[in-house]
Each structure stands twice: as structure tokens, then as C-alpha cells.
Design a protein around this ligand. Structure first.
Ligand SMILES: C[S@@+](CC[C@H](N)C(=O)[O-])C[C@H]1O[C@@H](n2cnc3c(N)ncnc32)[C@H](O)[C@@H]1O
Length: 312
């Protein structure tokens, strides 16, 4: 899939993260929901066996570190091995720094293996690790970037342990006001749907049919968060431009590299119709938009059926 220039992408991602509560909302979901999801994983019987966790597209690793702490609580006596896959060197460096600062991981029984790679490169290494199996594999907000979602999901699913857990978060179409704004705007663009398929934005709606084709029993939950888009309406604001570019990359139906000035005004017009005034202490009077993502979870193999039936 087309992406922005790598350095600019990270700056634009930062502009987005600073103005939205997606990180906090994701961490809140992890802390509220993952403990019970992890309870149902089929962990190794022996406490001497290594428990392995893989994060794909880890970014700066905040979700990875949180998940790992919960896994550690679940299997306090097992050694943990954590694999982080992240192509951006700056993001990976931040992940390493965060992990090094975590006193919970300094006990010597937690090891890390970092891969400065895109997922596809790591996936191509999997056949050379025939004995490796992973108990938890997560992909937080990253499936937009892989060449072929189905291949990637299949490759990792094959490497899950029997009874292992996979967690995917990806944008949802449900209750997504930004998507409605894009729908309005894009309805004014002629020939939009003649664009090549790889330029189409990905949503959870694209993941669920893949899981159905793979006959994977799964659970999906929609979570909403807010983004403060006020800066996008400020003429000449670099942060506003980066925010809008990131939003276009990750939320438009069609992926735009960057918007021409006339398109930018048309999109802003559509967005303003869906903005609500912020009500929180820090965002009173700001222009807020609601976005949503789905948290999709499933287990490998027969175990999935037992968990659904409550007998795991
Ligand atoms: C939206 S960020 C999510 C980061 C992190 N998972 C989180 O939730 O905070 C997407 C991440 O995927 C990484 N990425 C981009 N293309 C990738 C690919 N083909 N394989 C793996 N990661 C990729 C980006 O560098 C970025 O760090």
C-alpha cells in the first residue's frame, strides 16, 4: 500500500497522536479486556517453557509493553520472549528505550528480539524457524500497511500455538464521523471508484471476511475515540497539514498522499459538518471528531470453540 515518506509519516503520526485519545483508549481497552482474554489462552503446562509474544508493527511499543506486563501477570513463573517487528528505526529505538526502563522486565527472565523490518520480511523468515510457535500475536493499527492482509493473517495464524491468542485492531466503519465526512467529500470526486484496489482504505469490514474464509471463530468490539481537528482549520498551520495528511492516509476511503489546496478546503467543509465542540477540561471549544476502531480477537484451533462455549 502507498504510504507517505517515512520520516514525514512518523511526524504526521505524532501530530495525530498528540491530538487524539486513541492511545489512551487502546491502553484502556487492553487493561480492561486483555486479562480475561489472556486467562483463556492455553499456556504451557511447564513453568520452564518459554512463553512467546509477537507484536507486529509495534511503533514505539507502548501497547507491546502493556500486553507483555499482562502476560507476565498471567504466567509469572515462565520465562517470556517478546518479538517486536517495526520497520521505522526511530520508533523501534523508542520501543527499546521504553522496554529498558521497565523494571518488571529487568528480572532477567524476559528477553526481547527486535526486527527492524516490515512484517512481510519477517514473515519470509518464518519457514526458517520451523519450531517457533507464539502464544500471543498482536497487530495494533498496522494491517493498513501490509501488502496482502489475508497472507499476513494466515502466516501468523499458522505460527500461533494451539489455544494461542491473536489480537487485531483496525479502523471501523461503525459510528465513524470522520468516515461520514470523507463519504460526503468523496461523493463529489468523479471516478473515485476507478482507482486501483490497493489505494482503497482498509477497515475491519475487510478483515472479517478473511477470518470467515479461514473458518476462524472471532469476537469483535467497536471502540470509539476523539480527535481534535481544530488545527486543520487554521490557515498555514504545519501541524494542521500533517494531521490532515495522516487522517487522509489512515481514514479516507481512498488514500491520498497529500491534498491539493482546493481539495483540502472541500474536505474541511465536509468535516466541519460532523465536528462537535469539545466538552472536556482541556478541549472545551475545540472541534472534535469521533472515530472508531474494532478490536478483533480469536484463538487458534479447537480451543476457540471451547472458549466460546465457556469451557476453556
Ligand atoms: C499506526 S502505527 C501503530 C503503532 C503501534 N502498533 C500502536 O498501536 O501504537 C503503524 C505502525 O506500523 C508500522 N508499519 C508500516 N508498514 C509496516 C509493515 N509493512 N509491516 C510492519 N509494520 C509496518 C509503522 O512504521 C508504524 O509504526
Amino acid at each position: 500500500m502507498k504510504t507517505l515518506d517515512e520520516t514525514y509519516y512518523v511526524q504526521a503520526l505524532e501530530a495525530f497522536i498528540e491530538r487524539c485519545d486513541q492511545e489512551q483508549v487502546t491502553l484502556a481497552w487492553i487493561r480492561a479486556k486483555m486479562p480475561s482474554l489472556l486467562k483463556a489462552v492455553r499456556w504451557p503446562v511447564s513453568t520452564a517453557e518459554v512463553v512467546s509474544v509477537v507484536g507486529v508493527g509495534s511503533g514505539k511499543g507502548i501497547m507491546d509493553v502493556d500486553v507483555l506486563k499482562l502476560v507476565q501477570q498471567e504466567c509469572p513463573e515462565n520465562p517470556l520472549h517478546c518479538i517486536g517487528i517495526e520497520p521505522n528505526p526511530d520508533e523501534l529505538a523508542r520501543y527499546k528505550k521504553t522496554a529498558a526502563g521497565e523494571k518488571d522486565f529487568a528480572l532477567g527472565s524476559t528477553t526481547f528480539e527486535w526486527h527492524e523490518k516490515i512484517s512481510e520480511e519477517f514473515e519470509s523468515l518464518l519457514p526458517s524457524r520451523p519450531d517457533s510457535r507464539y502464544h500471543v500475536i498482536h497487530m495494533f493499527q498496522m494491517l493498513y500497511h501490509v501488502r496482502d492482509m489475508e497472507e499476513t493473517i494466515q502466516n501468523y495464524y499458522n505460527k500461533l500455538t494451539e489455544g494461542g491468542l491473536m489480537v487485531i485492531t483496525i479502523a471501523s466503519k461503525d459510528g465513524n464521523d470522520l468516515l461520514k465526512a470523507f463519504d460526503d467529500y468523496e461523493s463529489t470526486i468523479p471516478n473515485l471508484h476507478d482507482l486501483p484496489a490497493q489505494n482503497m482504505k482498509r477497515y475491519s469490514d475487510d478483515v472479517l471476511p478473511i477470518l470467515r474464509r479461514m473458518a476462524i471463530l472471532h469476537h469483535s468490539e467497536t471502540v470509539s475515540y476523539q480527535v481534535d481537528v481544530s488545527e486543520c482549520f487554521v490557515d498555514g498551520s504545519l501541524a494542521g497539514k500533517m494531521l490532515l495528511d495522516f487522517i487522509c492516509l489512515t481514514n479516507a476511503t481512498c488514500v491520498y498522499q497529500s491534498l491539493a489546496e482546493s481539495d483540502r478546503s472541500a474536505l474541511l467543509n465536509s468535516m466541519s459538518k460532523y465536528c462537535k465542540a469539545g466538552i472536556g477540561e482541556d478541549d472545551r471549544g475545540r472541534r472534535m471528531l469521533t472515530l472508531t476502531f474494532d478490536c478483533i480477537t480469536f484463538y487458534k484451533g479447537k480451543h476457540a470453540q471451547s472458549v466460546c462455549n465457556g469451557v476453556a
